[in-house]
Ligand binder design. Structure first.
Ligand SMILES: [Mg+2]
Length: 405
């Protein structure tokens, strides 16, 4: 088997960089991008980071540390636009690309590195900056996880090539195992308890012990970090197990009409996502998170596979009626489509007739021409404040195409 050479590309403070493309005046200044409801910082520039401001902080705390900072509202639609340009530019240099997240991708770096060496990678970095205006860091190594560690250590606007044994050892030396994708808190604790704290300790550990401690998945990580590629570059997205839409509802509320409005809004987003992927589902779940830290979760099996608003909305309402603990303030929610299959493969149920003129289809048709949510259910009227603000039109999960581990 030929050795694979994999590149990992990670945009530097992507959301801020996107804002700087359209507002060049923000360059070199401390900038924060604000999330839902415009209160919390979801992304920051290196200048803001240098002041000690952390992601997730409310704007008023950040203001105390850095009163001169400039804050902008998120615009995922714009970020996706630039994300696509980024992918296209990389595709010119390497046709094998995995769109991993909105600002990260993997690509086959073998041909480029063999023909043009490090200079070829550096030219790609310059080309991306010229074409999209986005600074990126690039890591090149023998596996996806090594490439990701390499790009991480190259930030900002750097390149790290770790393909020889010495280069790989230098990359792993002293690096906390928790820095590796796939080793989150629980696994890190388990490894730490056996005296494994760093990546170099991890790769020297016995393979069978790693498998015993953190499963087959952990063994894959072990191989990857030793430079044996076991996680291939995925150029097409695997079908989902579930598709979910939801998130925070802003200020927590026990107002039934308002909660129901959020449910219907999320059903509209969900049917939009199902239609986009060509999916139908035959099970629906509603998860409600309450302000007091408790929650409720219920599911219902549908009469047959569907992606229609007129089928899913009444079921969602029923789940709300039966599952909601009256009086509790709802903080966030998720609407979850389960048992997904491609519509073209699905057997439609005789009990659940295909609507002759589907509301979903008609609304989506109009919205595609006039803007997201311009036609929407009247049940969402209590959320006029949310719809009035364009920044709420797209959420990060409404951006299609990316894959996740
Ligand atoms: Mg990034």
């Amino acid at each position: 088997m030929a050795t694979s050479i994999i590149g990992h590309l990670d945009a530097d403070c992507f959301y801020v960089s996107c804002e700087r493309v359209r507002f060049p005046g923000l360059k070199g200044k401390p900038v924060g991008v604000l999330g839902n409801q415009g209160a919390c910082i979801i992304a920051k520039s290196y200048e803001l980071k240098a002041k000690g401001v952390k992601t997730g902080w409310p704007i008023w705390d950040a203001h105390k540390l850095c009163p001169e900072a400039i804050y902008v509202k998120r615009d995922f639609y714009w970020y996706e636009e630039l994300s696509r340009q980024l992918v296209e530019t990389v595709r010119q240099a390497s046709p094998t690309v995995e769109y991993y997240s909105v600002d990260e991708l993997f690509f086959d770096a073998g041909p480029l590195l063999k023909s043009r060496g490090r200079e070829g990678i550096s030219d790609l970095q310059k080309e991306i900056l010229k074409e999209t205006g986005i600074p990126v860091s690039i890591g090149i190594s023998l596996s996806k996880l090594l490439a990701k560690l390499a790009s991480d250590s190259a930030k900002p606007f750097g390149i790290d090539v770790a393909v020889t044994e010495d280069e790989i050892q230098a990359l792993l030396k002293g690096k906390p195992v928790g820095d590796v994708t796939g080793i989150a808190r629980q696994r890190r604790k388990t490894l730490n308890s056996r005296g494994i704290f760093t990546c170099d300790q991890f790769v020297k550990a016995d393979r069978r012990l790693i498998r015993k401690l953190i499963t087959k998945n952990g063994e894959d990580i072990w191989w990857e970090l030793r430079g044996v590629s076991v996680l291939p570059i995925a150029t097409s997205r695997p079908p989902h197990k579930v598709v979910a839409r939801g998130g925070s509802v802003g200020a927590a509320t026990a107002d039934r009409l308002r909660i129901e409005a959020w449910i219907i809004r999320n059903i509209e987003r969900l049917t939009d996502a199902l239609e986009h992927h060509g999916y139908v589902c035959d099970k629906l779940g509603l998860m409600l998170g309450y302000k007091d830290g408790t929650g409720s979760y219920g599911t219902a099996v549908l009469l047959g596979p569907t992606a229609y608003f007129e089928h899913l909305a009444p079921i969602a309402r029923e789940l709300f009626e039966t599952g909601y603990k009256t009086g509790k303030k709802v903080h966030y929610m998720h609407l979850i489509a389960e048992r997904i299959q491609f519509k073209k493969d699905a057997q439609t149920s005789i009990f659940q007739k295909e609507p002759e003129k589907s509301l979903t289809g008609t609304a989506n048709f109009v919205n595609r021409h006039t803007g997201r949510f311009s036609v929407r259910s009247a049940a969402t009227l209590p959320l006029t404040d949310i719809y009035r603000d364009d920044a709420n039109e797209y959420d990060i999960c409404d951006i299609y195409g990316k894959t996740c581990f």
